[in-house]
Design a protein around this ligand. Structure first.
Ligand SMILES: Nc1ncnc2c1ncn2[C@@H]1O[C@H](COP(=O)(O)OP(=O)(O)O)[C@@H](O)[C@H]1O
Ligand SMILES: [Mg+2]
Length: 405
């Protein structure tokens, strides 16, 4: 196929960039990827690879020179450098916009924006190293059920978060170290009420230039050590009230309109024991909780993103059967990085394995994912067990796991 459409540049070379690039090439687009290594997951055949770091001006310049549209797989970017490069290429469009990416970089700012838009979010209080003991006492008094200390910036996959129960003397030192490291990196620290949630849910949505917005179903997510482990849904097939899904979509419309957002984005939520909804955080990109859209026969979150950022008409997400997605995560007991082959056992009947072709595995690293769907929610329960057992056998079969290193 001869590519004639806009040339798409993706900042970042991980699995999200790989799945975006696959979709863009199916749309007939030429794709360039800025990645740090020639064996990055997104370095797939057909992709024009620009080697370099995401904050390296020459690499950003090389990417921009090849593209009409730039997009991101990762919000941890140097927005000043990126802005300077984009300003030198007036015909190159960056989607989502710099303000949208900037918002995603700062969880505290997100909470302020959520509040301004009437989107409920858990209460918090600021914590400073200079007044640590007073601030921790105040937080403990205000949040007797415990709290989570968070860095406003630089956190992901559970990093930059620390759950606090009743701080004892030993824990006080670890907390101080956590706060000092956050402040040294340039983050503000805050204590957020620990939410005794009944479920964590998430929604992926895509908004086009012209303001048209489509919504994928609300899904349930489960985390392990703060990392997404499993997603299933639609949430309404698993006991979540339809008006919660409606409220989430309404809030996501308000947020996207406020940002004049272009592209796919996701928001993570808590549903507390009283059934109340609280926004956790947003991501300005395709999202792990939307990987279940990749069955190949329906528009995926990646297709919708490509359509939005290149100004093509958006497909309507299809109504879906119950589904499950399981991340293959490096065992949390692992120390260091180990070479890791792809699984050789076929995935359970009716499921698909996406392997990201990362050379090495380390604790909690996302190595691939499995998806399955069924006509009824009850069958998904069995599929979830089968996927968990499949993953268990895979790690157990690798020598570094057997050695317990
Ligand atoms: N206030 C909270 N109360 C209870 N659990 C929380 C809270 N904040 C975060 N968590 C747990 O930690 C996970 C990761 O936190 P999150 O703020 O989403 O950070 P990350 O950027 O690492 O995804 C959440 O998915 C949730 O399971
Ligand atoms: Mg999160």
């Amino acid at each position: 196929m001869t590519a004639v459409g806009p040339r798409l540049g993706i900042l970042g070379g991980g699995q999200l960039a790989r799945m975006l690039a696959e979709s863009a090439m199916r749309h007939g687009l030429r794709v360039a990827v800025l990645a740090e290594a020639a064996d990055a997951p997104a370095a797939i055949p057909g992709v024009d690879l620009v080697l370099g770091a995401l904050d390296e001006p020459a690499a950003l310049e090389a990417l921009a020179a090849r593209c009409d549209v730039l997009t991101v797989e990762n919000e941890f970017l140097d927005l000043d450098r990126l802005g300077a490069v984009v300003a030198r290429h007036p015909s190159v469009h960056l989607h989502p916009s710099r303000p949208a990416i900037a918002l995603a970089q700062d969880k505290l700012e997100q909470k302020r924006v959520f509040s301004r838009l009437g989107i409920p979010t858990a209460e918090y209080t600021l914590v400073r190293v200079a007044s640590l003991d007073d601030d921790l006492r105040r937080a403990a008094g205000r949040f007797p059920g415990g709290f989570v200390l968070k860095w406003s910036r630089f956190g992901y996959d559970g990093r930059g978060n620390r759950v606090v129960g009743r701080p004892g003397a030993a824990e006080r030192d670890a907390i101080a170290e956590f706060c000092r490291a956050g402040e040294a990196a340039g983050a503000t620290i805050y204590a957020e009420r620990r939410v005794d949630f009944a479920a964590e849910v998430a929604m992926v949505s895509t908004r086009a230039h012209d303001g048209r917005q489509v919504f994928f179903p609300l899904v349930v997510s489960r985390q392990d050590h703060g990392v997404c482990r499993e997603v299933f849904g639609p949430a309404t097939a698993f006991g979540v009230a339809a008006d919660i899904e409606r409220d989430v979509a309404g809030h996501m419309a308000a947020l996207a309109t406020d940002l004049d957002y272009c592209g796919t984005f996701a928001v993570e939520w808590f549903i507390d024991r009283d059934g109340a909804l609280l926004a956790n955080e947003m991501a300005p990109r395709v999202h792990n909780t939307g990987h279940y859209t990749l069955f190949g026969d329906e528009p995926s979150q990646f297709d919708l993103h490509v359509q939005a950022v290149t100004g093509r008409p958006l497909s309507a997400p299809a109504v879906r059967d119950p589904f499950v997605m399981r991340n293959l995560l490096g065992p949390f007991s692992l120390r260091g990085a180990h070479p890791c082959p792809a699984p050789s056992e076929p995935p359970p009947a009716g499921t698909l394995l996406y392997w990201y072709d990362k050379r090495t595995v380390s604790a909690g690293r996302k190595m691939g994912h499995l998806t399955g769907r069924a006509a009824i929610a009850g069958a998904i329960e069995r599929m979830r067990d089968a996927l968990r057992d499949y993953e268990r056998r895979f790690w157990a079969g690798l020598s570094f796991e057997r050695q317990g290193t």
